[in-house]
Each structure stands twice: as structure tokens, then as C-alpha cells.
Ligand binder design. Structure first.
Ligand SMILES: Nc1nc2c(ncn2[C@@H]2O[C@H](COP(=O)(O)OP(=O)(O)OP(=O)(O)O)[C@@H](O)[C@H]2O)c(=O)[nH]1
Ligand SMILES: [Mg+2]
Length: 232
């Protein structure tokens, strides 16, 4: 299995079957094979069981962890267990269109890029139905990260990479913006931003709040220190 798609889940029982169906259909149409690695933190809504059920039908691994052990560490654990040399990370809530996954994979397997980032802020990308204040907050968050990463969509959680990019890199488990951690610290020579349109979750609940804003600023601070230490 050359490619692993890592999906952290917390209360995604309704989204996950739709994600699996759309994802494997898109892969099949593109002539690609991949395993899906679901990392569930004992979701009270039974996502773990739903994932086990899907694993009867699709090439999947399901990791069960203690309740809400953290989004970033879920992704790192998923990467460790993943069998693929190419890793894709995406959300379960269908905000990241599964139909774009083949393009992300191809960008790193056939193109020059070691890291391909799904981007809302390159031509062809965008957000569906966001009010102006959300657009502004997202734009502002990306601007804050500009000194550290060359990507336009630094807060993207939708990306593909060659495993070597993160092998042996100390990734911070506090960073809930996993993509930013990889973009800022990963060892890649070339990257590509692949446009996509972000859609809000249809099912379940958003975890976004003031805590996430605080953590984002904290994460940027730690990345700033990491960069400074590397230079000295
Ligand atoms: N394993 C695990 N997955 C999590 C955890 N928190 C969130 N997730 C999953 O991580 C992905 C991103 O979380 P979201 O809640 O969609 O975060 P967001 O995209 O910033 O916010 P909304 O889409 O507005 O809810 C989803 O697939 C969640 O189910 C966690 O603590 N553990
Ligand atoms: Mg989401």
C-alpha cells in the first residue's frame, strides 16, 4: 500500500460513511489505491464502531484511543501506524472534498512536490457561504503565519506529503493546526498548493472557539522559537 489517508475523528458517525464512500470512489476513478486510517478518540456517538463496520468493506485501519486525546497527536499516531510512503491528512466532516485527494496524491507522486497543500487561497480555491467576519479571521490567521511558511493557506488541514518530510521531525502535539506544523517544520524541497473549495460541516458540532484562537497564537509563538533556535 503506497498511500495512507489519515482521518482523525471525534463524533463523526454521520460523516464518516459518506467520506469513505466518496473517497474510495474518487480513488478508484483516478486509478489509485490507498488505505484509510481512522484515528478515533472514543467518540461518544459511536464513530469507532461505525469505522470498524466500514473496515469490513474498505481497506482501512482503525485506531482507538482514549477520549479526546488531542487532534494533533491523533494525526501523528495515524502517521506512525500508516503503511504508506505517501500520507494524506484530511478532516472527516466533509469540509475537505474527497474528490480532490487524487490531485494531492499525484502532486507528490508524479510532480516535483514533496508536500502538497489543499488551498482555499490560490486561484480556483475558495470557501462556500462564509460570512465576511469568518473570511476575515481566516485571512488574518494566514497572514500571521506568513513569516514562517511560504504557503498562501497556512491554516489548511488538508495535505499530502512524502513520509520523509516529517520523519524524525519534532512536531508539536499542542498544535491543533497540524498542517501549519508540517509546513513550518517539515523537510520539503518543493511544495504545491492545490485549489479546493472548503464547505462547512453538515453534521455534528464545530469545535472552533476562543480556545482554538489561543492555541493558534501559542503554536505560532512556538514555531517562531523553533525557527530562531534553528538559526542559532
Ligand atoms: N481523534 C481526534 N479527532 C479530532 C479531535 N478533535 C477534532 N477531531 C477531528 O478532527 C477533524 C477536524 O476537526 P473539526 O471539529 O472539523 O475542526 P475545524 O475544522 O477546525 O472546525 P469545524 O469544521 O468548524 O468543526 C474532524 O475530523 C474531527 O472529527 C480529537 O480530539 N481527537
Ligand atoms: Mg471541520
Amino acid at each position: 500500500m503506497n498511500t495512507s489517508i489519515i482521518v482523525p475523528t471525534y463524533n463523526e458517525a454521520e460523516s464518516l460513511p459518506v467520506l469513505a464512500e466518496r473517497l474510495f470512489k474518487a480513488l478508484q476513478e483516478a486509478g489509485l489505491e490507498a488505505e484509510l486510517v481512522v484515528v478515533d478518540d472514543s467518540s461518544p456517538d459511536g464513530t469507532g464502531d461505525v469505522a470498524e463496520g466500514l473496515a469490513q468493506q474498505y481497506p482501512m485501519q482503525v485506531l482507538h484511543r482514549p477520549p479526546k486525546s488531542g487532534l494533533a497527536s491523533a494525526v501523528w499516531d495515524g502517521m506512525e501506524k500508516a503503511r504508506g510512503a505517501v500520507l494524506v491528512v484530511m478532516d472527516a466532516d466533509l469540509s475537505h472534498p474527497p474528490e480532490v485527494v487524487p490531485q494531492l496524491i499525484r502532486a507528490v507522486t508524479e510532480g516535483d512536490a514533496d508536500l502538497a497543500v489543499g488551498s482555499r487561497y490560490v486561484p480556483g480555491g475558495g470557501v462556500a457561504n462564509w460570512p465576511w467576519h469568518r473570511r476575515f479571521a481566516s485571512w488574518f490567521a494566514c497572514q500571521l503565519a506568513r513569516p514562517f511558511v511560504p504557503m498562501r493557506d497556512a491554516t489548511s488541514g488538508f495535505f499530502a506529503l512524502k513520509r520523509e518530510v516529517v520523519q524524525g521531525v519534532a512536531l508539536d502535539p499542542i498544535g491543533f493546526k497540524i498542517g501549519l506544523e508540517v509546513m513550518a517544520k517539515g523537510r520539503y524541497r518543493a511544495f504545491k498548493e492545490v485549489p479546493y473549495t472548503f464547505t462547512d460541516r453538515r453534521f455534528g458540532q464545530s469545535k472552533f472557539g476562543t480556545k482554538e484562537v489561543r492555541f493558534y497564537l501559542l503554536q505560532l509563538g512556538r514555531i517562531w522559537r523553533f525557527r530562531r533556535q534553528k538559526k542559532t
